[in-house]
Design a protein around this ligand. Sequence first.
Ligand code: PLP
Length: 283
Amino acid sequence: STVYLNGQFIPEEEAKVSVFDRGFLFGDSVYEVVPYYQGVGFRLQEHIDRLAHSLRAVSIKNAQDWQAIMDKLVALNGGGNLSVYLQVTRGSAGKRSHAYGDELEPTIFACCTDIKDVWQAGVDEVVPLKAIVTEDLRWHRCDIKSTCLLPNILVLQQAKDEGVQEALFSRDGKLTEGSACNLFLVKRGVIYTPKRSSEILGGITRELILELADQHGIQYQEIDIDYERLLAADEVWVSSSTRGVIPIVEIDGQQIGEGNKGPVWMRMFTLFSGFQRALMTGS
Ligand code: PLP
């Protein structure tokens, strides 16, 4: 496929980055993942704003027309349903040294992969997940979408090794989020989710779920969620741009609610699909 690297749209085989790139050496880089449906970015401005937040937070230059890069990359890869991975590293000084000067030029890389249009899939196609809860060993700036994903990778692998599909982080007795997703629960018809802070990534999908809840009179509260509250929920969901909103029906071997897709999830999924369809058809 065609990828973007430092100003050029080139075949992936030709894209080369220095071994001294700080993204490679230190994980000194941030990223975004943006879904495109029928060639159009979904909540694009929100993703661009979050990228700007990440870049600002780590003092990497933010002087690009991100939309132009992603739109063109998607078009060159045939439009359609694609997710764009966009990574910006601090660049390379041609040597390994922790300290950096301000003369570095960021390395900018983007590629796309096919995705399913999660919202137009019927509710029956959504496969509920099982999860484990693990200690959140990440740093305290999880609001920055950094490529330092070692803790996220290790817990997801631990989940896989234990025969389940997702890992939920717990810090100081409070659930934060999933390995690559935000966390929600439902109790007596009310949606609960941890409040935005530097302990979680401010998910674009999370934000839209809360917006839709607001618009459609579904009550929600942003609160601390401890393990007992999690296991006592009627429904648990996780959300992300590429996977949408998915029910979790078993946690640490214990069934959640009825052990199936719940009615509030069903409602939210339908609202989400409707929202996206309206955007796509302009109605
Ligand atoms: N939390 C983490 C740690 C993530 O990596 C992600 C995205 O992959 C999310 C939450 C969900 O964010 P979004 O809905 O913007 O994709």
